[in-house]
Write a protein that binds this ligand. Structure first.
Ligand code: SAH
Length: 370
């Protein structure tokens, strides 16, 4: 155990998380198993246990000989996430979990049960380097990238609780995954794409979640957005725009100083052209900062300039974060903003702000007190 002094002052250790089955394609899993001196089909057995049965105890893997079980489990199913605590609200249908990673870094995930779907909101980095001033995660800075295994494990954990009926509302399945927890997913590209493939590959290679039900949210890293476009994945792209003009967006989403609004919107449009998937524009409504009617009009015309039917807007009432003077827009301003966009013919739906009471809503994930 490190001493208290080390805990407080030591620079974060940034070793690689242990290798996990969920980091690997099924071909790579077989290679690893063969390298351990076991028959390659044992890899497929492990995949069935992990992705189909959601097993977390190697002793349940009774079709694998006892002697091999321990070796395979240690080599491919290490514990990556340890729950630090769970916080629940909405009568138990919203559950935020703080996880400790192998190196002591902490991240959060949020499970949200709705009438027709169950969404896991996952983290892709411990912290975030994008530094958006209205987001609690952005204020803490980046600790490190997460591995594909660490990302997938958040979803598998949720899937296990649901299968066991541990979430209010009875047994269920994770139907949707949103990369809207801590981190900028496109700044951790390879691990995020690996995770998306594991989540969406059919069982037992992966979890079998529909690509359409996976949303990757980005501040607008243009190069990585184009790369995502070329992956041929039918995921939903969400773009955190928050302002239609560069002057304001430069301050709200600092990476805008590198890639401007016009370029980011053109890139989002290319994603739609290639995938046919309607892009989602996220817009946190901040009182008197970005909620003016003229900005709604400017947003509407910037979107329409690039065509019709390719985009919808998701205004998010700003969630409070520690140390910020900013608050959510007045209800009237919010209503006007939405009406103006709709008048431009832009489908617009205000996002519900689940999890506010447990600091589990958009922009509130920070893990200040692990
Ligand atoms: N880094 C990615 C993923 C985070 S998603 C991205 O920025 O898209 C979280 C979403 O919540 C983003 O749209 C983010 O801008 C938004 N958000 C951040 N802080 C918020 C806050 N305090 N209130 C409401 N939304 C916020």
């Amino acid at each position: 155990m490190p001493s208290a002094g080390e805990l407080t002052f030591a620079a974060p250790r940034r070793g690689k998380p242990p290798r996990h089955l969920a980091d690997l394609t099924s071909a790579q899993r077989r290679d690893v198993v063969a390298g351990l001196g076991e028959r390659p089909f044992r890899a497929d057995q492990l995949s069935v246990h992990y992705f189909s049965h959601l097993a977390d105890d190697p002793q349940q893997m009774t079709d694998v000989p006892q002697a091999a079980r321990e070796l395979l489990a240690t080599s491919l199913l290490p514990v990556l996430l340890t729950p630090v605590r769970h916080l629940e609200t909405d009568n138990g249908t919203t559950r935020k979990t703080v996880w400790r990673l192998f190196d002591g870094a902490t991240v959060e995930s949020v499970l949200m049960r709705y009438p027709g779907r169950i969404t896991m909101c996952v983290s892709s980095q411990a912290g975030c380097g994008m530094n958006c001033p209205f987001c609690a995660t952005g204020q803490a800075g980046l600790t490190r990238n997460m591995s594909a295994g660490e990302i997938v494990e958040q979803v598998v954990a949720g899937a296990r609780w649901l299968r066991r009926g541990e979430v209010a509302g009875g047994p269920g399945r994770v139907s949707n995954v949103v990369f809207m927890g801590m981190g900028e997913p496109l700044a951790n590209y390879a691990a995020v794409i690996g995770a998306v493939r594991r989540l969406t590959d059919p069982t037992p290679d992966g979890l079998g979640i529909s690509q359409r039900n996976v949303t990757v949210s980005t501040v607008g890293l243009v190069t990585a957005m184009d790369k995502l476009t070329r992956e041929g994945l039918h995921v939903t792209l969400a773009l955190s725009l928050h302002a239609p003009d560069d002057k304001l967006r430069d301050t709200l989403v600092p990476v805008n100083t590198r890639w401007k609004v016009a370029e980011v919107l053109d890139t989002a449009r290319r994603f739609f052209d290639a995938t046919g998937r309607r892009v989602s524009i996220e817009y946190a409504l901040i009182r008197d900062i970005n909620d003016h009617a003229w900005r709604a009009d400017l947003l509407g015309s910037e979107l329409n300039r690039r065509g019709r039917g390719w985009v919808h807007v998701n205004p998010i009432p700003l969630n409070p974060t520690p140390g910020s003077r900013w608050t959510a827009s007045e209800p009237g301003a919010e209503r006007r903003f939405v009406e103006r966009l709709r008048a431009h013919g832009i489908p617009t739906t205000v996002r519900d702000t689940r999890g506010r009471e447990i600091d589990g809503a958009c922009g509130q994930l920070a893990t200040l007190t692990p």
